[in-house]
Design a protein around this ligand. Structure first.
Ligand code: NAD
Length: 483
């Protein structure tokens, strides 16, 4: 079992309290590491280090800064196998998928490093003898508070733009799986960032996250996690009016119209539901299927789900590993129980496997719930697990748009129809940051991602994502002599 340290101000350190806490392998329930239990003393040290590093890092030329970010990308690429191995170990990500994620992330760093170099100012023609121009500047010290569901990816998508444009950062990874964040700190050290530019504090969100959101030395909080925590951070950050970028929960409607290509819709939506055990914000949250194709869709979806291979994440045949923790499995099981209590039907799965070797580890058989109505808890709240929620069949476009919008979240929506004009009406009327008509996989860094309503504030990826980490300054110069 390994003993880890935190990365603060260019040094590997223990918690001042000397305390540590365990990290478990979700596939075996075995303790795999001890990490420092950071607290308020570490927040103060990390903020001081990041503030000290800020003038050094932000005043480097953009070329030099981008080159260091590119070096980090190269180091991550060279170490992708090890990064993927840690992801499988601490999160239960199937090895193939973990390797793919670790292999993709360097490109995210590269995208931001190159595009930061193209982050232009503007000059604005106005009065004669007056010069007005706009300049982009880094925000300052940014706290990155991230969730457990894709532990490294969630950090890199914030770190890449934040560092590329000149901010210094303090990463507060999810407490239950912070080992990939510590691996990233090791690579950042080798890449040559000035001491204090990148800091990692491990420990509980309720203490470290809250202290970062409150600290007067932190200029911005970039947060991904639940809407509840996002609201708490927003309240705390309001005391010092910090910049916020919030990526929160989702309860994403899937709408399958009567003219849809059912096989294509089933294949794509099944993949999205099962990806990372359903532990993603973009997972389908509610299936609204037109009555004409309801039986066919449900029968094909059920047949597909039965074939999903649940097992050891190190086995190459595995498509779905364990859920992340005992607590999270209990939470998902709570939703299954609430659906039954509310009168819905669990027609597949929804239980722990009992036969060895899957009786050990936080495994859970993917589930389908039918007969769900709009007011039930499973129709309103994010389950964050491999549970497909089938609403009662619909027969009117107007009505299904109303039902899809009847939720506090507005992250993504998936619409299936072969009539693109009909699909465009859904694209325009659904309140969500992303509406996907049919299956169009997008190049992640090129297009923005972010929620409407209680799914968040601001965007990640693309130039819009880069802008989040900058302040826009207007500089106005009177060119008239002697005034
Ligand atoms: P969470 O809100 O419980 O925790 C997220 C992070 O916040 C962790 O690092 C945690 O330690 C910290 N935290 C906890 N309490 C805090 C507090 N009071 N103050 C400050 N920080 C605190 O979320 P989670 O369970 O780790 O992640 C799952 C959630 O993340 C889901 O709701 C999911 O939809 C959301 N998510 C959203 C996106 C998106 O792009 N919109 C992407 C991934 C995950």
């Amino acid at each position: 079992m390994s003993q880890y340290k935190m990365w603060i101000g260019g040094n590997w350190v223990d918690a001042e309290s000397g305390k540590t806490y365990p990290v478990f392998n979700p596939a075996t329930e075995a303790e795999i590491a001890q990490v420092p239990l950071g607290g308020l003393a570490e927040v103060d040290k990390a903020v001081a280090a990041a503030r000290k590093a800020y003038p050094v890092w932000s005043k480097k030329s953009q070329v030099e800064r981008s080159q260091i970010v590119l070096k980090l990308a190269a180091l991550m690429r060279a170490d992708a196998k090890e990064v993927g191995r840690i992801d499988t170990l601490e999160h239960g990500t199937p090895a193939g998928l973990a390797g793919m994620i670790a292999g993709d992330l360097p490109e995210w760093l590269e995208w931001n490093a190159y595009n930061a170099r193209a982050l232009m100012g503007n000059t604005i023609p106005q009065c004669p003898n007056e010069l007005i121009y706009l300049q982009r500047e880094p925000v300052g010290v940014v706290a990155l508070i991230t969730p457990w569901n894709l532990p490294l990816l969630m950090i890199v998508e914030k770190l890449a733009p934040a560092l590329s444009v000149g901010n210094t950062i303090i990463i507060k990874p999810a407490s239950i799986n912070s080992l990939t964040a510590l691996k990233l700190a090791e690579l950042a050290d080798k890449a040559g960032f000035p001491s204090g530019t990148v800091n990692v504090i491990t420990g509980p969100g309720g203490i470290i996250g809250e202290a970062l959101a409150t600290h007067p030395g932190v200029d911005m909080v970039a947060f991904t996690g639940s809407s509840e925590t996002g609201k708490r951070i927003m309240a705390l950050a309001s005391q010092t009016v910090k910049r916020l970028q919030l990526e929160l929960g989702g309860k994403n409607p899937v709408i399958v119209l009567g003219d849809a290509d059912i096989d294509a819709a089933v294949g794509a939506m099944l993949g999205k539901q099962m990806f990372n055990c359903g532990q993603i914000c973009a997972a389908p949250g509610r299936f609204y299927i037109h009555e004409k194709v309801y039986d066919e869709f449900l029968q094909k979806f059920t047949a597909g789900m039965k074939k999903v291979v649940v097992g050891d994440p190190n086995d190459t045949k595995t498509q779905m590993g364990p859920l992340v923790s005992a607590d999270h499995r209990n939470r998902v099981e709570g939703y299954i129980k609430s659906a039954i209590d509310d009168g819905a039907k669990v027609i597949l799965g929804g239980k722990r496997p009992t036969a060895p070797p899957l009786d050990k580890g936080y495994y859970f058989m993917p589930a389908i719930i039918t007969g769900v109505t709009q007011k039930m808890k499973v129709a309103r709240e994010e389950i964050f697990g491999p549970v497909a929620v089938f609403m009662e069949p619909f027969n009117s476009d107007d009505k299904v748009i109303e039902l899809a919008n009847d939720n506090i979240y507005g992250l993504a929506a998936y619409v299936w129809t072969q009539d693109k004009a009909r699909g465009m009406r859904f694209a325009n009327e659904i309140q969500a940051g992303t509406v996907q008509i049919g299956s169009t996989p997008a190049r992640d860094q090129d297009v923005p991602w972010g929620g409407y309503k209680q799914s968040g504030i601001g965007k990640e990826h693309s130039m819009y994502g880069l802008y989040e980490y900058t302040n826009l300054k207007r500089i106005q110069v009177d060119l008239t002599a002697n005034r």
